[in-house]
Design a protein around this ligand. Structure first.
Ligand code: NAG
Ligand code: NAG
Ligand code: NAG
Ligand code: NAG
Length: 173
């Protein structure tokens, strides 16, 4: 248990350090304080993680990355995303005014999950400034990637959890 937690934390730090160092190449677009005017998102790559809690005793947990997607697609204009053996479906988003009242925009994501039937597809809004959060001197936050969480069910019964994270993006300024 303890070892596993340490390993997971270590892996997480490595991934974040890697992400931050890769980001270093695009700092002109992805600085901590981007210009506010003409903030136009042209594409985003997302990470989708699901827990289909109803599939087996421990649920079915998997994650996947979407390709870089433009905003405003129709659901039938995108290739379905396969999330391990747990779920699959088209994934779309659009950019809306900030839902938290303090970020630049919110990214409204919708996943047409095959685990959800007879209900609205899972959708949630990610407040976004065009930046990653940086680890603070006091340590790191385990939610450095902008993200939102939502749960949804199949026929009101089989619950699936969804985490949507912004992994990479392009902004036209
Ligand atoms: C996934 O779902 C299973 C079954 O409900 C639960 O035991 C487990 O804690 C969940 N894990 C996460 C990370 O949500
Ligand atoms: C996608 O669905 C819309 C209606 O929801 C329809 O007007 C459009 O023709 C469809 N596009 C494709 C490529 O099937
Ligand atoms: C965006 O920037 C504003 C102002 O600095 C801050 O209050 C807000 O928390 C930031 N949002 C995100 C998602 O980082
Ligand atoms: C988010 O997008 C979905 C799918 O297009 C739409 O049904 C929903 O109303 C949108 N939500 C917000 C808050 O804009």
């Amino acid at each position: 248990m303890g070892l596993r937690v340490i390993w997971m934390n270590t892996a997480y730090i490595i991934v974040n350090v890697f992400v931050l160092s890769v980001r270093g190449h695009g700092l002109e677009n992805k600085s901590a304080f981007p210009k506010t005017e003409n903030f136009k998102i042209t594409e985003i790559q997302f990470m989708i993680a699901v827990n289909a809690t109803w599939q087996g005793e421990h649920g079915c947990i998997a994650y996947a990355f979407t390709p870089a997607l433009p905003p405003g697609n129709k659901w039938n204009a995108t290739q379905p995303i396969k999330v391990g053996g747990c779920d699959k479906g088209p994934f779309i988003y659009n950019v809306i005014p900030p839902t938290d009242g303090k970020s630049k925009v919110s990214v409204n994501v919708t996943f047409f999950s095959s685990d959800v039937i007879d209900a609205e597809p899972p959708s949630c809004q990610i407040p976004f400034n065009g930046t990653f959060l940086l680890p603070s001197p006091d340590g790191y936050d385990d939610e450095l990637l902008p993200n939102c969480f939502v749960q949804d069910s199949r026929e009101g019964d089989h619950l699936t959890y969804f985490w949507f994270k912004i992994f990479d993006w392009k902004i036209q300024e």
